[in-house]
Design a binder for this molecule. Sequence first.
Ligand code: SF4
Length: 406
Amino acid sequence: MDLGRPCVIITEQMFAQGETMTLTRVEPDAQQKLAILAEEAADEVADTPVGQELQNSIHKAQDSIYEAKQQQGGTTKLLKVLQTSACRYACRYCFSSCAVRRKRTTFKPDELATTFISLHRRRHVDGLFLSSGIVPDADTTMEKMLATVERLRLQEGYSGYIHLKLIPGASFEYIERAVQLADRVSLNLEAPNAERLAVLAPDKEFAESMWQRLAWAAELIRRARAESRQAARSLTTQFVVGAAGESDRELLETVQRAHRELGLRRAYFSAFHPIERTPFAEMPAEDPLRQLRLYQAEILLRDYGFNVSELPFDEAGLLARDKTPKQAWAEQHPQCFPVEVNSAPRHRLIQVPGIGPRAAERIIAARRETTIRDLSQLSKLGVTIRWAAPYLLLNGRRPPIQLSLW
Ligand code: SF4
């Protein structure tokens, strides 16, 4: 790919341990910047479908380009990139932290927009996921990101998918512009509360600069929808899991609050993995299974009507790793089972492990036409039989498989 001009000499800033130095060095061309800044955006979780597909639903198709399955079917290719890898903050797990002495790379807005549009016109990418380090401050950073997106939308006529990160502490007018221009906006809370955030990111502030900005975005989206104006369709956030001693209960309490107060579409969880030269370099990586269980629990809160207080945590506030949260809940509530598939209301059907909202709807439609008497009928309706069978009644009878499992 020929994405840019030859290398030139520029002057740029480098941040290390709180100091600011001005250096003159050779700037990489656009293609080199893309390789660097896309690699550094790799820890941002971008638009994956939910549930069991999580582990393999998104993968690196090429350098800097990620392929994700879409919920409506098909795949989409996202360019996931940072506007800059320079940052004034010292988040302890992050390679972009100013505490890590290293070279930084920055895209100018026009340069990034041109690079993206070149890839898009050649059908290498379908959408853009744009994040950034924060330098010298939140508003300047957002200004550059918005200038990139404005160039795409207003000058290049690009109307495709854009997921734009909001910068903690950014002013209202920048949040407002981001909501007007992007399809999805998000702000990474990183931790479930101020106390845990202080462990991860000692110079970030939770309530004002993060939660408040999400609340502004939520209100702007709500207002735009009410007035049928163009606006981002969804709001998401992301947490680092396993680096601040936080429990699953703490994370999910914050997620539930965000669902209720902000209309949050999704929470993303990123299992901590240590990165060389950061203060957390020697900490153990978090078990990816914990990340998966958190996603499954979030689905129970969002789509199944569960409350955090009903979820099956252990004494440390953690979910079981060896079974799904719904399986663990069902085991703890034998009085709720078995469920008669021919008469149970939807909310009871979806409490059964192996029956999701779509399978429940298919069961309800099917039983208007016929009586469900055997497991093969349920299997055709999308039920995971090996999970569901012990919890079901089929026209008053326990299915045969249940005898060995009950
Ligand atoms: S603000 Fe973002 S980019 Fe900067 S150090 Fe923290 S996590 Fe990394």
